[in-house]
Design a protein around this ligand. Structure first.
Ligand code: NAG
Ligand code: NAG
Ligand code: NAG
Ligand code: NAG
Ligand code: NAG
Length: 473
């Protein structure tokens, strides 16, 4: 009896020591490529995402070994309540600082120095080009000054990391100020320095004040849109932009990425989604509409008394408001047209909208059948209404953009392909493009290639260092 007790205690102590060692090890190996399925499950349960930098997942979630099992369970049952203890929060906080400390290593100092040179070179280029006149027939392009105040609503699993990179590069190249989440866990709402909130809108509490003497220019991190809060915090002339995707492929992508409902038969899910998706603001439940701030009373799970017709009328009224507040809702399935439209709407340069895909999904292994997709229309009615309406608006916007829009898109595709080739071939040092009907001549360097592929967390922390001279703020 006594011996057995001793053995048990000894084993427990060994287990604890092992866990502590494991936690410490994880916190130092912050940028190693580690992706754990249960880490992702953990993020999904919390409504988290790590778009653009899977490497960071390792440190912030794996420390929580003891809660993972229950997290996977609660994910499949759809419960959303967080149960993390103070102890785990502290160790996460430590490892959070560890990433930041590692960011300022030698490589990053060089990277930051290169960024400074990049910023001063770019500001020289843009000062001259804004004075240049173009012989362009499209009035929208010719007359619009370069817009610096932009809010991009970055919606989960819509291809938004790829698009966000455009906004990050633009802001850095013009030395602009970004709206950033706190990266000190005692102040931030999430464990990611690139996520302001998963369920709330901007507020004075969840963002860092702008640097002295500056105002905010660009907002492009994950946060829920709310007109009142955004207009209170962003400049009055801010242009609003979003990116959406077909609701079914978005759902498939979210289910894979967050490892949601892993053991549920998809047809069963489609026939009765609410049986499985019990979470309040889950990554499955009309997430695009949720992040675009649709009234909560309209969401399946939340509505109780309101009849279907009234709900549809209210959704439609909210959508009217969105369409008038947003300058552009980009469509994932029409990405090239979307970024060319972005260039026109914001008066930006062709070089600014170059993109190289980030986080490209592998072929989806769990796909809904046509019947399933049809069954899901009722559940995803907000996302479908939003998507269909936005596609309609976008098509109209393209039709009104003039004849040469199609040609500009073709030209842009050619440029983007050349850049892909250039970035993939290390023996080429730079790539030049002549003046075209759609813009000034420009050059793509190897440093630009680094920026296209730069993981968003790292990019944002470098921006933070440039803006504030410090991390952990
Ligand atoms: C960027 O902006 C900061 C703050 O206004 C300023 O101090 C710095 O000189 C600017 N850098 C460049 C390269 O323009
Ligand atoms: C930018 O322009 C200024 C003034 O014309 C010049 O002094 C500076 O060297 C230029 N910077 C770069 C990186 O070309
Ligand atoms: C808007 O900001 C206020 C003040 O910080 C905050 O209390 C509120 O929760 C925010 N609204 C949303 C929808 O997040
Ligand atoms: C899912 O369930 C349907 C009917 O409920 C069945 O026909 C189908 O074979 C199941 N799929 C899998 C992969 O088990
Ligand atoms: C890469 O670029 C070099 C120099 O321009 C060229 O000689 C080489 O053929 C290119 N490689 C490939 C795989 O195309």
């Amino acid at each position: 009896m006594g011996l057995q007790f001793y053995t048990k205690s000894l084993l427990s102590i060994l287990a604890i020591l092992f866990l502590l060692y494991f936690a410490a090890k994880q916190s130092t190996e912050v940028f190693r490529e580690v992706v754990h399925t249960d880490a992702k499950a953990n993020e999904a349960r919390r409504g988290n995402d790590n778009d653009g930098d899977k490497r960071a997942v390792g440190i912030r979630t794996d420390v929580n070994t003891e809660v993972q099992t229950s997290q996977v369970e609660s994910l499949t049952t759809g419960s959303t309540e967080t149960t993390s203890t103070t102890a785990t929060t502290n160790s996460i906080s430590e490892s959070f600082k560890a990433i930041n400390n590692q960011l300022v290593d030698k490589y990053d100092e060089e990277m930051l120095a290169q960024l400074e040179i990049f910023v001063s070179t770019q500001s020289n280029i843009t000062t001259t080009s804004s004075q240049a006149t173009t012989t362009h027939s499209n009035t929208m392009y010719q007359e619009s000054p370069e817009i610096h105040h932009v809010a991009f609503i970055k919606i989960h699993k819509t291809g938004s990391s790829t698009a966000q990179n455009i906004f990050l590069r633009f802001g850095v190249s013009r030395n602009l100020t970004f709206v950033l989440a706190h990266d000190d866990l005692s102040l931030s709402e999430t464990r990611y320095p690139n996520v302001i909130s998963y369920s709330n809108s901007l507020s004075e509490r969840n963002i860092v004040s702008p640097p002295d003497g500056r105002g905010y220019d660009i907002m492009c991190c994950h946060v829920v849109y709310n007109k009142e809060n955004f207009t209170r915090i962003m400049p009055a002339d801010t242009k609003y932009i979003a990116l959406i995707r077909h609701p079914i492929t978005r759902l498939e992508s979210a289910m894979r990425y967050f490892n949601m409902f892993p053991n549920v038969n998809l047809s069963d899910f489609a026939a009765s989604p609410l049986t499985y998706d019990k979470g309040k603001h889950s990554m499955a439940n009309n997430r695009m509409a949720f992040e675009l701030g649709f009234p909560l009373s309209l969401f399946p799970n939340s509505y109780t008394q309101v009849n279907e017709l009234d709900r549809k009328i209210e959704a439609s009224a909210y959508m009217d408001e969105l369409m008038s507040d947003y300058s552009l809702i980009m469509i994932n399935e029409r990405m090239d047209e979307s970024v060319v439209m972005l260039k026109r709407v914001l008066g930006w340069q062709l070089k600014d909208i170059i993109y190289q895909k980030q986080l490209v999904a592998k072929h989806e292994t769990r796909r809904f059948s046509e019947t399933d997709a049809n069954d899901l229309r009722n559940y995803l009615y907000l996302d479908f209404a939003l998507y269909e309406r936005a596609v309609q608006e976008f098509t109209k916007q393209v039709a009104n953009a003039g004849d040469d829009f199609v040609r500009e898109v073709e030209y842009f595709k050619m440029v983007n392909e050349k850049v892909t080739f250039f970035c993939g071939n290390a023996s080429m040092t730079s790539l030049s493009f002549d003046r075209s009907l759609w813009g000034d001549p420009f050059e793509v360097t190897r440093f630009d290639c680094e920026l296209y592929k730069k993981p968003e967390i790292k990019f944002i922390q470098h921006i933070r260092l440039r803006m504030y001279g410090t991390l952990n703020n």
